[in-house]
Design a protein around this ligand. Sequence first.
Ligand code: GDP
Ligand code: IMO
Ligand code: MG
Length: 422
Amino acid sequence: MNRLVLGSQWGDEGKGKIVDILTEEADVIVRYQGGSNAGHTVCVKDKKFILHLIPSGILRHGKVCVIGNGVVIDPESFIEEKKTLEALGVDVSSERLLISEKAHLVMPYHKEFDSRMESVLGENKIGTTKRGIGPAYTDKHARTGIRVCDLQNKDILAIKIKERVKDINRICELYGVEKFSSDEIIEKYYKYAEELLPYIRNTVYYLNGVFKNKRRILFEGAQGSMLDIDFGTYPFVTSSNPSIGGAFTGTGLPHKAIDNVMAVVKAYTTRVGNGPFPSELNDNMGQFIRDKGAEYGATTGRPRRCGWLDLVVVKYAAMINGVDEMALTKLDVLDGIDTIKVCVGYEYRGKKIGYIPSQLEEYAKCKPIYKTFHGWDSTKGAKRYEELPDNAKRYIEFIEKFVGLRFTIISTGAEREETIRR
Ligand code: GDP
Ligand code: IMO
Ligand code: MG
């Protein structure tokens, strides 16, 4: 069976851990969108791995990982990540990791523009990860991007960089900021090319071969549905499609290649960066969840905004992605809380609604309507559903009924073993 694992909230749902578990049942793991803005954490015994560009599947022996064409690749970040993983004893050889020729490259000016745009926006800033993601996708869609396949030919690469930097420098001149040296960038990217070349493949044909040969594929989503450029809280979103559509455009695999869609749902909600978040808790409870759940960004270290679980959001993600089953994560973080709330609708213009208004200004006016639950002592480390306290089961079963889907995985700790399979 080929599975897609994606985030149902604003990212950081615990996709890394779930992908790591499901990798056991897959042969090939593919990332289809995003870039090094992602931070997927996997804890195995005393080791903690944080994956940004490389699929979390790399941690399991014998599995092949693919960075698909829909991903934007910062070679600097890739090389650093590879080194870090190797230092931790992970095999990151080109036999088990492939990079799509068609993927776009993140360039130094993308990173610089990302930072500058944010400072220009001031209070209205998006709160990006400053990894150059937005500008790299902008170049892709403006048809001015430089792709991984361009690294395969030094002359072509130099011409493309020169042409693009000429235009970029016109913009720099307009805004009175320091220009870029195309020679410096060319030299840097020649070095990157040497490191990346062994990994570069036509992954569209490779993946379709895998599919044809009935080897199992696991699609690893980054970010979450509410950060989707089309379906999220625009403009406070990322610049790709973390939702299901991205899995097709970002790999070249047909829709028939996905048999099952799994949405990862954190037992509460977090968000990094700006934008509306109706169930946000700006109080001691929010701080409690942040501390207990270690809700600090895996990529930027920023404190994550925390709040109660929002089921309007989860139901929306289930709808747009055609979700088949769900994975619940971080249930243990709610252990010991007396009263737990879940958002089941919004109060909007004096009425109760169950949808997400498209206009951001209107969404910002939505107030959460809560259903209250009694808390429980401990779920930490539980491995069987029967072990869970009754109140935790009530919480879980309410969510399942509300969304109309079952949790087939329940995570009760960061470790691989702290997991219930149903
Ligand atoms: P991702 O971006 O969706 O992969 O999520 P992150 O890795 O950014 O954030 C999830 C964090 O929660 C990581 O530090 C995980 O190690 C941790 N985590 C995952 N599942 C659980 C869980 O069930 N309980 C606890 N306490 N931590 C978890
Ligand atoms: P994972 O895969 C949480 C957020 C940023 C910002 C917005 C745009 O770990 O779940 P970008 O740098 O993408 O242009 O930033 O998206 N963001 C994430 N938030 N988890 C992520 O990835 C994120 N990747 C981007 O904080 O609000
Ligand atoms: Mg993350």
